[in-house]
Structures are given as C-alpha cells and as structure tokens.
Design a protein around this ligand. Sequence first.
Ligand SMILES: CC(=O)SCCNC(=O)CCNC(=O)[C@H](O)C(C)(C)COP(=O)(O)OP(=O)(O)OC[C@H]1O[C@@H](n2cnc3c(N)ncnc32)[C@H](O)[C@@H]1OP(=O)(O)O
Length: 168
Amino acid sequence: MEQPHAPVAAEAGAGAGTEVAGDAYIIRPLDLVDLSKGFCELLAQLSPSPPLSEEAFRARFAELAALGADHLILVAEEAATGRLAAAGAVMVERKFIRRCGLVGHLEDVVVDAAARGRGLGERLVRRLVEHARGRGCYKVILNCTTELKGFYAKCGFEEKNVQMGLYF
Ligand SMILES: CC(=O)SCCNC(=O)CCNC(=O)[C@H](O)C(C)(C)COP(=O)(O)OP(=O)(O)OC[C@H]1O[C@@H](n2cnc3c(N)ncnc32)[C@H](O)[C@@H]1OP(=O)(O)O
C-alpha cells in the first residue's frame, strides 16, 4: 500500500512510498515542491490547465492530504533533471453496497510527450492500482477515450459499460 501524502515541504527523493523506475525515474507521491518541477505543465498535456498560483496549489494539496490514503497522486520524477515526467491519481470511494465496499477511481494519468513509449505510463497505472487494491477496493474503474483502450488493456483493464457525462 502507498504511504499517505509526503509531509509538507518534504524533500523529493527516494524514501517511503518511492520507487526508482529503471533508474531513470523516481515514482513517489506528489509533494509541494512539485509546483516548481513542472506539475502544471504536465497536467496541461492532459486537459486545459492554466498555471496555478502557489497559494492555490498549496490549498488544494492540503485538502487532498486531509483525505489521507483515500486519495493518492503519484508522480514520476526524472532522476537526471528533477523534472516531472508523469503523474496519475487514484481515489477511494466509500460505498454502502457490497457490505460497505470500496471502489478505486483512476484519474488524470499523463506522461510527458518526451517520455512516452517507455513503459512509464503502465508502471504508474499499475502502482496506482496496487494502492487501491491495498486499501481493500474490490475494483478500479476509469473513463477514457476509445483511442486509449489499448493502453489500459495493457495495464490489465477490460471494457465495461458506457461512460456518460453532464458538463456545466
Ligand atoms: C483515466 C485517465 O486519466 S485517461 C487520460 C489518459 N492520458 C492522456 O490521454 C494524456 C496523453 N497521453 C499520455 O500521457 C500517454 O500517451 C499515456 C499515459 C496514455 C501512455 O503513457 P506511455 O508511457 O506512453 O505508455 P507506456 O509506454 O507505458 O505503454 C504501455 C503499453 O501500452 C501501449 N500503448 C500506449 N499508448 C497506447 C495507445 N494510445 N493505444 C494503444 N496502446 C498504447 C504501448 O505500446 C505499450 O505496449 P507494449 O508493452 O506492448 O509496448
């Protein structure tokens, strides 16, 4: 199971909850230092995501940290540059059905365009899934485009049901 979010202002680097991926990337929970390591630039490759002020980033980080291990954002830091190359999140939904079962929701998986095709995305997804399993989730679900079905199939997912959305 992943550790809860790293303490505020903790130094990025190998420690509890981190994994050195093929020596080139350190996979670890999101940290406050990551605002200056390209976190927003990474998210902008996923969806329109203007840069955040430090205040806004810290406030959201604190809200998520308060959820403990029920909300985990992992990032992959390139060891050579200290820049972020990938990020992804999993949140645990607490249900009444299935004897108060837990469901993991995989969200906001992104690999920097320059780092794609090296297995980093799959490695990150598998780590997030393992976290959800460790929390006791009976399944992990996600929404994605048709083009990404192959990627998630490689990560062990299978197609189920239909995604619907209502945007405001
Ligand atoms: C729940 C969500 O967050 S959905 C949003 C997903 N994110 C995005 O669309 C953002 C833009 N895209 C990306 O960031 C990346 O392309 C990702 C995350 C989709 C894939 O990351 P990568 O690091 O390039 O993938 P990775 O190298 O780990 O690929 C693992 C396997 O999936 C395959 N794969 C990767 N992308 C695709 C794809 N679009 N379609 C089919 N197969 C794919 C790879 O070929 C590889 O297969 P192999 O083991 O046989 O070689």
